[in-house]
Design a protein around this ligand. Structure first.
Ligand code: FES
Length: 314
């Protein structure tokens, strides 16, 4: 079955899957899997989901990943190169040179930009072509290389990859400005579609079994307690509270996901045994598609006495 079926065909297929006969030893009736909902899973340029992602500032790399050579990345099905010029300014360019498609991954970082290794074209961080050695000098006035605006904030490099005339202001999240909280950037790459990773954050019950009861306790020892779960659905957002009874106390953990893939997860290491005020998130993260089959979580972990009272997460 093609993955490029229109949405109506997807719904029809899914309905037929759900209507399968329910009988013991009925594996035969369930052998056919529902097809992919490509309106949600396909993220390349021009796809509905990819275009939606492109309306937001999204993190694309860690500042610590940059060195004296360009870093090749793939975001939303597009091959790119990110670098910091010798003046310290960040650039995010299309990977392939506008001249004859050499990979700018092998370019040389210079004072003002990135020079292609093949015939030496020099690109500014905004895509302006500064030099075209051995070519018509007016060529640089006629073309501009593909580039995106970037901002580095608390060790994450954010890009806006949407239409320039729709660019929103760069947001500042209140959870990144709390006293006594250290925000530590990290990323994890996964060989699967972004939706499979993103939906995990909205699933509050896997924590009880996967992270506590089934094997070892991965986080706080209170995680194996079954919580009372309540979802609060809002436009563009799912917010859940998980309420645990710990001895004579009640501990409320919250988690939220705001579309397309921004999530904040409540305290990982909370013991729930001491009275205190609301202490915000342990993780502030995005699930960012590399392409239709690969993605990454790119995020900050929060450290400090408020979110990790006994320092277990250190
Ligand atoms: S391919 Fe880059 S300068 Fe020619």
């Amino acid at each position: 079955m093609s993955n490029d079926l229109p949405q109506s065909a997807y719904l029809k297929e899914t309905r037929s899957y759900k209507n399968n006969i329910q009988v013991a030893f009925g594996g035969y009736h369930k052998a056919k899997r529902p097809i992919e909902d490509n309106e949600l899973t396909h993220v390349g340029p021009g796809t509905p989901c990819g275009e939606y992602f492109r309306r937001f500032w999204i993190p694309v790399a860690l500042g610590s990943e940059l060195s004296d050579v360009p870093l090749r990345i793939r975001i939303l099905g597009e091959d790119l190169v990110v670098f910091r010029n010798k003046q310290g300014t960040l650039g995010l360019l299309h990977l392939h040179c506008s001249h004859r498609n050499a990979s700018l991954e092998f370019g040389v970082i210079e004072e003002q930009g990135l020079r292609c290794c093949y015939h030496g074209w020099l690109y500014d961080v905004d895509g302006t072509i500064l030099e075209t050695p051995a070519q018509d000098s007016k060529l640089s006035e006629k073309i501009c290389h593909g580039a995106y605006p970037v901002v580095e904030y608390l060790g994450l490099i954010f890009a806006y990859m949407g239409p320039p005339d729709e660019q929103p202001d760069f947001p500042k999240w209140d959870t990144t400005m709390l006293p006594d909280v250290e925000m530590v950037p990290y990323s994890i790459h996964y060989p699967c579609n972004w939706l499979q990773i993103c939906e995990n954050t909205m699933d509050p019950w896997h924590t009880v079994f996967l992270h506590a009861r089934v094997t070892d306790i991965h986080f706080g020892d209170t995680w194996g307690i079954a919580p009372v779960t309540q979802f609060y659905e809002k436009p563009h957002k799912i917010y859940a509270t998980l309420t645990y009874r710990i001895e004579d106390k009640i501990w409320v953990r919250s988690q939220e996901t705001i579309s397309p893939s921004f999530s904040q997860v409540g305290a990982w290491w909370e013991t729930g045994r001491e009275e205190k005020y609301f202490k915000r998130a342990s993780i502030t993260k995005w699930t960012i598609p590399h392409d239709n089959e690969n993605c990454m979580i790119i995020a900050w972990r929060s450290f400090g006495p408020g979110v990790d009272p006994e320092g277990q997460g250190d």
